[in-house]
Ligand binder design. Structure first.
Ligand SMILES: Nc1ncnc2c1ncn2[C@@H]1O[C@H](COP(=O)(O)OP(=O)(O)OP(=O)(O)O)[C@@H](O)[C@H]1O
Length: 552
């Protein structure tokens, strides 16, 4: 782990301003710190000699006040920039991941840990560690220069002992690195496992296995706790070691100054200034040592996050035959966008999907899930059927552009994909319906009417602003299916892909959903995976994956 990773300035340009501001404030703070040492020494000398205290006291008070103000300013800039950097990194990670195919995305655990805890851990790195680093680079140098001018023998002691602090800090840092990585790994295991357990809780309860998970989570938490305690122990030990070293060094300066004062070879004001200046050369470095431990997680996370962003940049540059240009749809899925305006116009008017000689196997497997698949879908409804596991979902994902085929051609305009488990996030009905972009209220109500949800929404006290939970919690399975269909109606995409749109709904709702799909297919190309005879009967064309039957 480097003391400072300049890549963060490139990856998040928003960091440059605050870091420059922190540097300037650090220099001013350093100058004020040295001035305070002089003012305090003058004040003490005035007390000892019985001289007027007004001017030195006023100077000392003003300098302390100015330092306090600058301290507050540093805190505020640092906290704000910490939050800005964390938000930017989170946004960039999500953008980079959503521009990849499903197979290239990181595992759920890794994505969760990096985007949630990882980006949050960067905050103390920026807000606490960076300002400490800036002042450690400036204040000791200024203090030693001033000391050299005031009393060079004291300056020699400081110059000889100060380098020991960063040396010790670096040695301790090297031993903690492995520890931090272990802790980071334990945190990843913990979040991943916890997420899996929460998701699978109803099933685990059904099978009476929930209690067992308590033990597993407790074991993973214990590992994380032990790793955290180890880091804390090291942090305290290293802080104590640096403290001891700095105290001994200041004591050497004080003893030498004391001896020279007693022999009368030194003026009291020079001696006091030297004693007050000496600690200023050590404390900023000590502070870096302390902040380093609280920011170690952030630095480790930053390393991984920047590596992800750099990898994405390389992929972007080296992409010989990229997938069709991508955009995200209202389900948060990646969808292709035709690159040239002419091609796009062409597809928008025709809305055709052409698949020829398509082959696909999942990464790490040799079995071809899709082999030599040919398909053409024009405006209207195409229903794909076939036995379970024959690759229907995979085919929709390849058409949507979120999986890259091994061979063959796929040509499709912008598509809206409704998966078997469509994304419904915690929020309001309105935010879930308009997740793809702003939509007129009139259109929202028209879509709700079309899917027969308008009555349900009107009867809710908060109407469209009624909250729903994660995964559509609070809605029935049928209502969820209709809500995502309304979202598909609101999408401007000329092609709509529906994966089992009538699964988990009662026969009445299935008929109604079938009618909506037929209406939708009047103006767009709809490709639906379904076994439902009612929907198959409505199809202009249907495909049994493997053999093609035209019923038009
Ligand atoms: N992530 C994966 N890694 C490896 N193989 C997978 C993966 N996902 C699916 N498969 C395999 O690919 C095949 C096709 O899966 P797919 O989900 O496309 O089938 P399907 O026809 O939609 O099935 P169903 O009708 O049951 O939904 C299956 O045999 C499945 O085991």
């Amino acid at each position: 782990m480097k003391p400072f990773d300049p890549r963060v300035l490139q990856a998040v340009p928003a960091t440059r301003g605050p870091v420059a501001a922190l540097g300037v404030v650090g220099i001013v703070q350093g100058i004020l710190t040295i001035a305070t040492a002089f003012a305090l020494a003058t004040l003490v000398v005035a007390v000892v000699r019985g001289e007027s205290l007004v001017a030195p006291a006023a100077w000392t008070g003003a300098l302390f006040a100015a330092r306090a103000l600058l301290g507050a300013l540093t805190e505020s800039i640092a906290a704000r920039s910490g939050a800005i950097v964390a938000t930017h990194l989170r946004e960039q990670l999500l953008r980079v991941w959503s521009a990849r195919t499903i197979d290239q995305r990181p595992s759920r655990e890794r994505a969760l840990t990096l985007a949630a805890q990882g980006t949050s851990a960067v905050e103390p790195y920026i807000a606490k560690y960076l300002p400490a680093l800036v002042s450690a680079a400036i204040v000791p140098a200024l203090a030693m220069t001033a000391l050299m001018v005031v009393d060079w023998p004291s300056a020699v002691v400081v110059v000889l002992t100060v380098p020991l602090l960063p040396l010790f800090a670096a040695l301790i840092g090297a031993t903690t690195q492995e520890d931090t990585e272990r802790r980071w790994g334990a945190l990843r295991d913990l979040s991943g496992h916890f997420l899996d357990v929460v998701r699978g809780l109803p099933t685990l309860v059904n099978y009476g296995r929930a209690e067992r998970q308590v033990e597993v989570i407790s074991a993973v938490s214990h590992r994380h706790r032990r790793a955290t305690m180890q880091t804390l122990r090291l942090a305290f030990l290293s802080a104590a070691a640096l403290e001891l070293l700095a105290t001994i060094s200041v004591a050497i300066v004080a003893v030498v100054v004391g001896l020279r004062l007693t022999t009368g070879s030194m003026d009291l004001s020079v001696g006091l200034t030297a004693i007050l200046l000496a600690p200023e050369a050590y404390w900023p470095i000590r502070r870096v040592g302390t902040e380093f431990h609280s920011a170690a997680d952030g630095a480790a996370a930053l390393d991984e996050i920047l590596a992800e962003l750099e990898r994405a940049e390389l992929e972007h540059e080296g992409e010989a035959s990229p997938l069709r240009p991508m955009a995200t749809d209202s389900d948060g899925h990646l969808v292709p966008q035709e690159s040239t305006p002419a091609a796009r116009r062409d597809h928008l008017t025709r809305g055709t999907v052409t698949v020829s000689g398509l082959g696909y196997s999942y990464p790490g497997t040799s079995r071809r899930v899709l082999d030599q698949v040919d398909l053409t879908a024009g405006p209207g409804l195409l229903v794909i059927a076939g036995p379970s596991g024959c690759g229907k979902t995979t085919l929709l994902e390849v058409i949507a552009g979120i999986r890259r085929p091994d061979c063959g051609q796929v040509s499709a305009p912008e598509v809206h994909l409704v998966t078997q488990r469509p994304f419904l996030g915690a929020g309001t009905l309105r935010t879930n319906l308009t997740i793809g972009g702003p939509v007129e209220a009139h259109d929202v109500w028209q879509a709700l009417r079309a899917v027969g949800l308008d009555g349900v929404v009107t009867s809710l006290p908060q109407g469209l602003d009624s909250p729903i939970g994660d995964d559509g919690f609070g809605l029935s399975a049928g209502q969820r299916a209709r809500l995502v269909l309304a979202r598909a109606l609101l999408s401007p995409a000329p092609v709509v892909l529906l994966d089992e749109p009538t699964a988990h709904v009662d026969p009445g709702s299935a008929v109604m959903i079938g009618e909506v799909i037929t209406a939708l297919a009047a103006s767009r190309t709809v490709i639906a995976v379904s076994h439902q005879p009612e929907l198959v009967a409505r199809a202009d064309e249907h495909v049994h994956l493997g053999e093609r039957v035209l019923v038009r």
